[in-house]
Each structure stands twice: as structure tokens, then as C-alpha cells.
Design a protein around this ligand. Sequence first.
Ligand code: ASP
Length: 287
Amino acid sequence: MPIGLIVHGGAGDWKEADHAAALAGCRQAVEAGLALLLQGRSALDAVEAAVLSLEANPIFNAGYGAVLNRDGIAQMDALIMDGDDGRFGAVAAVERVEHPITLARYVMERTPHHFLAGPGAELFAAEQGIALVDPARMIAPRRLDATSDTVGAVALDEHGNVAAAVSTGGIHEKLPGRIGDTPIAGAGGYADNMFGAASATGVGEGIMRSLLTFRAVEALATFRTAQSAADAVMPVFERYRGNGGLIVIDRRGQVGAAHNTQYMPTAWIDGDRISVAISQHSPAVSR
Ligand code: ASP
């Protein structure tokens, strides 16, 4: 069975000075996920590992380096979803967790629930042995003068399972308590072994209105390639005044990406190499 993995570092207006670091971070995330897929590990493990790597990198708006809300706090959301049975784990508005994606996975695997928010999510984290950090520790120096975007990953493992993972600090200067698309299944991410998986980035309100990733995964039923499915949902997204983009993987491990922002750094398994691109409209670079 083929394997596949694509990650993104967020759709937006990336400053040219940050392009190289964003692409290096995306490549590193694919390397982390690929290493697990090659060992026969699951798509869930691969997308979690890829997003962990992106969360740890302050160039991205997730985990350490997440953007700050109106009160100067990084309030983070994350989702992980298993294409096998549609189970997902999500967390929202957490401030004291270094890796929201792992907490989301714990919600999926260690509770009868799918979604925990705010103080309850942090209490659950502490009960699971996750060290809670001072919210000030999540603020990267660059965040005081720069914004960037959500991260995400979708993968196919050798057993034919797909998974999606997404993590974000949301929108710069958002109202405290605002939750975007990221932790919402079908909006920020979606996975279904029948078709494939997708992960979205951009202004969350438009992604929620259009249920962008659910549409993209459904589009895989009718379009021949992951790329054509990604392209096909963009006009619908725009009809909902959406601003952002998405990555898609199909059951054969083929990947696609589309965005209506200037940039969206991506990296993916491309045969026996890893390719990267800062924009779908610019040529991919291979290793
Ligand atoms: N989608 C995220 C949100 O609205 C933000 C982003 O992708 O940059 O919370």
C-alpha cells in the first residue's frame, strides 16, 4: 500500500524574509511524519508528529509562537481526526498547554468525548500528566511584531488509513474566547478512509461557514485527483467569502493544495523525495 503526507504552515501574506524558515519548518515536519510512516506506524501518529514539529517552531501560529488575542494571550485550538471511524479529539481556547495537538489526541483516545474547551481541557491535561505552563511561556518574541497562520497535516498510512491534524493560535487580536474553524470537524480538518483527508487554514469564520474540509473530502468521491478536488472547492469557499486554503490527500496518497491568499507554505512526500512550495502558483522544489 502507498503512503502519503502533506503539511502546511498556514495561508497568508508571508513576509519574504520568512519564506526559507517556513519551508524548512514544513520539510522538517514531513520528515518527522515520514519516519513514522516508514516504520509502519499509523497516519494518526504521522500527522501528530508533523504537527508537534510545527507547534514547536515559533515561525508558525501554533503552540509556542501562536498569535496573541486582544488581551495579549495565546489561546490555542487543535483537532485530530481518524479516518477509520470518524473519531476525533479537539481542544479549544487552551492557554497553558505546549502541544494542543497531543491534548486533542488524548481527548479522542482517553475520554468518551470529542471536544474539551478552556479550563476543563486544561484540567484534563493536568490529570493526564501534561505539565501546564505559564501562558507567558507560549509567547515567542517574534509574535510581538509578526503574524502568521495555522498549521496542519494529512496522511495516508500503509494500512489504508487517513488522518488529519490541525493546530492554531487563531486570529491576531481575536476576542478572548473566540474559537475558529480549527477544532471543528469538517471545517478545520476532516478524514474519511473512504475518500481521504483535508486540513484548512485561513480566516476561520469563512472556513466554518463553508465546512471547507468536509466538502473537499466529499469532492474526492467525484474528482480524479486530490489536486482537482482541492481546486474544485475553492469557488465554493469564495462564495462564502472565504479567505485561506487547504491541503488534501486521497486514498492513493496523492496530495493537492489550493489557496486564495498570496502564500501557503507546504511540504509533501513526492515519490522518494520531499518537495516544498511556498505557493501553489510557484514551482515546487524537491530534495
Ligand atoms: N484558521 C485559523 C482560525 O481562524 C487561523 C489560521 O488559519 O491562520 O482560527
